[in-house]
Design a protein around this ligand. Sequence first.
Ligand code: ZN
Length: 315
Amino acid sequence: MVNYSLIDVPFNLRHTCWFCGEPSYDLLSFPASSHQVHHIFHQPIELPACKECLSFSSSGVFESIWSYRDKVKHSLMNKYAKHLGIGLQWTKEELEEAEFHGAVLEGFGKSAWQMYEIAKARIDYIGWELCVDGSPLEGDESYGFEFNGVRYLSVQACIDHHVKALSLDKILLETLVELVGSERFAYGLRIAELNRDISNKERNSIIDEIQKQEQDRVDILEAAQFENDDVTLPLVAVVMSEATAQPEAIEWAIEHQCADLETLINMEDAFFDAFEHLGGPTAFALFDGLQWYLTARQDPKWREENDPNDEFWNE
Ligand SMILES: [Zn+2]
């Protein structure tokens, strides 16, 4: 038996779905069952939700109501992917100017845009701050991947959404995002949009081309860095008893906000992508040195006394 607390609902929002802003239908209990209570870091709560947001399956493990909200938004996105695709592909003006012929298409422009606006508003909607009896719920909502102002459950969810909404080639977009990095998602997306219906052969040649292009980019960046060594981050190698951390590896870590071993392990693939052109053994030595360095940096005293690059970490 779970003891749910009803969240505080502002008077003017008393009939509003906390997830999407549509009229509410009933209370949603979170977490759905008693065995999930120990997974979440705040107390079990009840909050108003619309029929549709209530209808989505609550399966899965969620550590908070915010991560559950991401799932609800993701379900909405999936359901309305085609409508959202209208907005992604056409601006309102383009839709209005488009010449639709025939009786069936006559009203399409207008209603299509309305459908898009409704779906977009529901996905963008942010509910009020969660409090129970006046005290804010514990935890925070930073979670997932943000692109174009929309927060997705993950980079993969963002890829899946765009593939569905824009009828893109899934393997192509996935590979492109892997190659160029999720921080350049828009770039990968643009290439995928320009290459919708492609054969395996065409896909491979696009990927090859982007791979070469990325390599050139890395080379240019490195050359520039080499020339302006003292203009950009004037990092120095850190010699430790176990290994030496090289400036280029430290710079990579600072730029990628990779401040501890756990983050580094999670970003291992990205690291090797960035340094594989130096050859396996060199890349591995850089990685190894960085591992020891990040581990040593967990000690504030060591940082202060032994890391000449410490000041560059807090900018
Ligand atoms: Zn709703």
